[in-house]
Design a protein around this ligand. Structure first.
Ligand code: HEM
Length: 567
């Protein structure tokens, strides 16, 4: 069951933050359902109901769930229900309204619902396939809970913007509740006073326009360092392919430490471990282990009526990982508090939060950790996919290089050039569309009755917004499987619009770090192409599989680089 459950969270953002907020939480969406009502009646009120014949019930049970399309969510498969399932259906519990055809449920099995169909660990892809059969909105069952899945940009925007006041609450799995210390983060907190306060903090000090200006030199240093490392590696062995991820990851983590803590920490003494740990170990404890642990979903999340059954393996792993993260973060913060006590204040998120003096120690720790994990993952995922596509499509790479030459000449590309590089902008957004780094929006919870796309959605419904599905929807995007930056240059989109795709979410809970992601990713892509011609390692053309909460490439990107002008 654990592998089955682990399948679900492949999408999510901080999760652990709920996945990093975007991706991680998505996992939770599917996992933490305690309290979710199983109200499957999405039919507009007052519509007549149809009885599902007993023969159809048995047909489904005998033939297998995929063969028979049931026109209506079959309600909760709780243990008592299973025993009397046919009776329930016969007795009209699961009525069908006239226009339910647009709001179907995906047939599943008793008790487990659709869990087994989500085994392949990429729920965003499975949801997208189901959208082709059942339409852009449908319900699924994950154990005892019903979840509405949205796969259309129009309806997703309606949920995230127009109906925000009714759908603003987050829904977390047990793992995410523990890892996020019960929603003590910007990304995982419910919309309310705490959320508004900490979002203001993170925007003012770090992620808003003036916050970003303060870290511009750090971003420049980061890209300079990457280019220098590429040159060094090439000099060492001109014929060996380079591991792009290794170089980018190290520099991005350096930036996230400087922004969050004020220092590029190389090691720290952790009291609980009784020793110094290296930067690599800090990364492991604060980013990698958390991303992996966030997708470890407790099977009891799907069956709240079995919550009394012990699950010690899960609990031990969760508490150990969480404890290590907390110990390391506490050590890092204490190290910086000593710096501040010496009178060496710096521009950093930690310095800012300490000066505000409104947070408890636990809140401070969680927010600083959130800044580390969020900065260190999704931008890497996006830029790695972009460089994969650029290296795979030499014609498009040439077009990008030409644009850079025309606009920048002999000057190094800077953030000031970005508004004048429309093809670069298109490369960035097309990568976000095709590879949606946060494939499932951190799960939302309908906390008051509302109406979506004409259907009543009752309070208690869980909602998963499949950004990957929205961005691959054939009615919105021509040939959605293709990576075609040109699609953003046909006049339909504003160059400055950060929400051309749904990759950053939308509305009041939209990504707080989109500007940072854009600055880093676009400047890096442009400078990489300005400096080198990129070619994939032989045989890597179709290595496009993904892993983890955010849509990390399964295999790190390996490339051959040729310095421009020396071809
Ligand atoms: C390409 C990179 C990124 C992508 C695709 C991305 C995507 C997302 C998504 C989909 C959400 C959830 C939106 C929702 O619930 O409606 C989100 C939220 C958030 N992201 Fe990002 N993100 C990226 C980079 C970053 C970075 C670099 C940071 C910070 C350093 C960051 C910080 C946040 C925060 C704080 C939230 C929570 C906002 C809120 O709940 O009000 N993100 N992100």
């Amino acid at each position: 069951m654990e592998s089955l459950v682990a399948a679900l969270p492949a999408g999510g953002a901080a999760a652990a933050a709920a996945a990093a907020v975007g991706g991680l939480l998505a996992a939770a969406a599917l996992a933490g359902r305690a309290g979710a009502k199983n109200n499957s009646s999405n039919a507009p009120p007052g519509q007549s109901a149809t009885v599902i014949p007993r023969s159809l019930v048995w047909l489904m049970l005998l033939q297998g769930p995929d063969r028979v399309l049931l026109p209506d969510p079959p309600g909760s498969f709780s243990a008592p229900l299973i025993l009397g399932v046919a009776e329930d259906w016969r007795s009209n519990s699961f009525g069908v309204s006239h226009n339910r055809a647009h709001f179907l449920s995906v047939p599943g099995l008793p008790i487990v619902g659709n869990l087994l169909q989500l085994k392949e660990k990429k729920p965003h892809q499975t949801f997208t396939k189901w959208a082709e059969i059942y339409g852009p909105i449908y319900t699924i069952k994950t154990g005892a809970s019903s979840v509405v899945v949205l796969n259309s940009t129009q309806v997703a925007k309606e949920a995230m913007i127009a109906k925000f006041s009714s759908i603003s609450t987050r829904k977390l799995s047990k793992a995410l509740s523990v890892l996020t210390r019960d929603k003590t983060m910007v990304a995982t907190s419910d919309y309310g006073d705490f959320h508004k306060m900490v979002k203001r903090y993170v925007m003012t000090s770090m992620l808003g326009t003036s916050g970003q200006k303060q870290f511009r030199d750090t971003r420049n240093m980061m890209v300079d360092n990457m280019l220098n490392t590429f040159h060094t590696l090439l000099n060492d062995d001109p014929n060996a392919p380079l591991n792009f991820r290794e170089v980018f990851k190290n520099e991005l983590f350096r930036l996230s430490l400087i922004q969050a803590l004020g220092e590029d920490v190389s090691s720290v003494y952790v009291e609980e471990f009784g020793k110094d740990i290296s930067k690599e170990e800090i990364y492991q404890a604060t980013v990698v282990d958390m991303m992996m642990c966030a997708i470890e979903v407790d099977w009891r999340d799907f069956f709240p009526y079995l919550s009394w059954v012990p699950n010690r393996t899960f609990e031990t792993r969760l508490l150990t990982t969480e404890g290590r993260r907390t110990a390391v973060m506490r050590a890092l913060i204490n190290q910086q508090k000593k710096r501040i006590a010496r009178g060496a204040a710096r521009i950093s998120y930690l310095d800012f939060l300490l000066a505000e003096n409104t947070l408890t120690d636990e809140q401070l720790l969680m927010l600083v950790w959130e800044a580390v994990i969020e900065a260190a993952d999704t931008t890497l995922v996006t830029t790695e996919w972009a460089m994969y596509e650029v290296a795979k499509h030499p014609g498009k790479q040439d077009r990008l290089y030409q644009e850079i030459q025309e606009v920048c000449g002999n000057d190094i590309v800077t953030e000031d050039h970005l508004p004048r590089l429309p093809y670069l902008n298109a490369v960035f957004h097309e990568t976000l569309r095709r590879h949606s780094p946060v494939s499932l929006v951190p799960p939302r919870f309908v906390h008051e009755n509302t109406n979506l796309a004409g259907y009543d959605v009752p309070a208690g419904t869980e909602m998963v917004i499949n950004l990957y599905g929205c961005n691959m929807n054939k009615s919105d995007w021509e040939e959605p499987e293709e990576w075609k930056p040109e699609r953003f240059l046909d006049g339909r989109f504003e160059s400055a619009d950060m929400y051309k795709t749904m990759a950053f979410g939308a509305g009041r809970r939209a990504c707080a770090g989109s500007m940072q992601a854009m600055y880093i990713s676009c400047t890096a892509i442009a400078r990489f192409v300005q400096e080198f011609a990129w070619r994939l390692k032989e045989g890597d053309e179709d290595k496009a599989d993904t892993i983890q909460l955010t849509t990390n490439r399964l295999y790190p990107l390996y490339v051959y680089l040729t310095p421009r002008g020396r071809e």
